[in-house]
Design a protein around this ligand. Structure first.
Ligand code: URP
Ligand code: ZN
Ligand code: ZN
Length: 463
């Protein structure tokens, strides 16, 4: 048998196993896994001795080229997917936003055009629903059949993105029938708006007030309401960017009752806290995103939640805006700061470092959190998220010993600051492969825009 590439002697780590073997790759797929494959059978040999081989990372929450608050996120599908690959993420799921009065199809077509000819890695879409008259409910089923099987709904941003409870319930009931799943931005937007208006009236305009006007209770209440609505509808539910212990408790209770409720957190909630707003001048704006940063003690609760499967996934919610000119739009009024932060590049290293290198959980749980569970929950498994014969050869050769200090001076995202500036991680990708093609080798990038494919995802089938 001949292979295009053999990855030899790596320590393969999946969600269930850790073992040393060779991987034979042909036509972009894993064709063989064996103790030892004859070297002469491979056109290219990659020596992975002493390194881990992981299935490529899957980031199920990114916002590339996304209009928000009068500007657009600074990474597009070319720069964002390139940065993702540098960090070992080989698949992402972005969000196509339905404008009010628009069809879901228009949103999907618009985002397909944004990615077409640009993406370096494979990608799928969720659809953000901002407007749900009854006529659109049937369209949700069509989207599921076309591989856009998940829908993000907002319980925050009244008047802009927020849906009322009746519409949310209708959407959940629709997914219970059509095989889709709702991804919920859970914060009580109406209550938050009252607190925000009061803060502004009191002259509290600095970036930290974005966080101080969005209490953890507002997130926990919305998570609890979303769970109740999903339970009534008989639908699965995925909570996005969960930030605090209060909200985590609601998810844990629901899962203990056997409900199909899942949640993700993001590296910013695991590493950063309200203390970041002590940054000089207006620099707190770098940490303005929703839900906001919390008191530091929440971090360990979230890590424990990941360990004990109360949280299933770490995504990035990558939504970068440059500090100069974009974040600065909110000088004198925190509500005008574009919400979002950059993170697509460092998810794998941050979770490995804080999770595995720090002894919080093992390498198999790491793979489950950053790759296998995202693939299963979002209809991509076993094509993605697995190291198995027949799976796409999306693979990461990972040096678990290599240390790296994160900095905007060396990162590959198109944004002028890093949320994780100065944090040293243990564990970095050495080589990243997408469908059998080496995309990243150390600092070298071999990708070409447009080689990433749209992924038609399957309907929800649990984990
Ligand atoms: O602040 C954030 N998270 N911006 C991106 C949009 C969202 O709510 O996920
Ligand atoms: Zn959100
Ligand atoms: Zn988001």
């Amino acid at each position: 048998m001949a292979f295009d590439t053999i990855i030899s002697n790596g320590t393969i780590a999946t969600a269930v196993d850790t073992y040393t073997a060779d991987i034979g790759i042909s036509d972009g797929m894993i064709a063989a896994i064996a103790d030892s494959l004859p070297r002469e059978q491979g056109k290219n040999i990659i020596d992975a001795k002493g390194k881990y081989v992981f299935p490529g990372g899957i980031d199920v929450h990114t916002h590339l080229d996304m209009p928000f608050g009068g500007t657009t996120s600074s990474d597009d599908f070319a720069t964002g997917t390139r940065a993702a690959l540098y960090g070992g993420t080989t698949t992402l799921i972005d969000f196509a936003i339905q404008g009010k009065g628009q069809s879901l199809r228009t949103a999907f077509d618009t985002w397909m055009k944004k990615a077409d000819g640009k993406a370096h890695c494979d990608y799928g879409f969720h659809c953000i629903i901002t407007d749900l008259p009854d006529a659109r409910i049937e369209e949700m089923g069509q989207m599921v059949r076309e591989g856009v099987s998940t829908f993000k709904l907002f319980m925050a941003y009244p008047g802009v993105l927020m849906l009322d409870d009746g519409s949310i319930f209708k959407a959940l009931r629709a997914t219970a029938k059509n095989g889709g799943m709702v991804c919920m931005h859970a914060e009580n937007g109406s209550a938050i708006d009252v607190i925000v208006q009061q803060a502004l009236a009191e002259g509290k305009t600095a970036p930290k007030y974005h966080a101080l006007t969005r209490p953890t209770t507002a997130e926990a209440e919305a998570v609890s309401r979303a769970i109740a609505l999903a339970e009534m509808a008989g639908a699965p539910l995925y909570i996005v960017h969960l930030s605090c212990n209060d909200a985590l408790e609601k998810v844990r209770e629901a899962r203990d009752r056997g409900l199909p409720v899942y949640a993700e957190t993001c590296p910013q909630y695991l590493y950063l806290s309200l203390d970041n707003f002590d940054a000089p001048g207006f620099e707190g704006a770098k940490y303005v995103f929703t839900p906001p940063l919390r008191e530091k003690w929440h971090q360990d609760k979230l890590w424990q939640g990941l360990k004990h499967d109360q949280l299933q996934v770490v995504s990035t919610d990558h939504c970068p805006f440059c500090y100069k000119e974009q974040k600065e739009m909110g000088k004198g009024d925190f509500t005008k700061i574009p919400n979002g932060g950059p993170g697509i590049e460092h998810r794998m290293s941050l979770v490995y470092s804080g999770g595995v290198a720090s002894g919080r959980f093992n390498v198999n749980r790491f793979v489950e959190i950053v790759s296998t569970t995202p693939a299963k929950l979002f209809g991509l498994y076993p094509r993605k998220g697995a190291i198995a014969v027949g799976s796409d050869a999306d693979l990461v050769v990972f040096d678990a010993q290599r240390k790296h200090t994160i900095s905007a001076t060396t990162h590959h995202m198109r944004v002028d600051y890093s949320m994780f500036e100065g944090i040293t991680v243990t564990g970095m990708p050495d080589l990243v492969m997408s469908r059998g093609r080496v995309m990243v080798e150390g600092e070298q990038f071999h990708g070409k825009p447009g080689t990433g494919n749209f992924l038609k995802r399957a309907a929800y089938s649990g984990t």
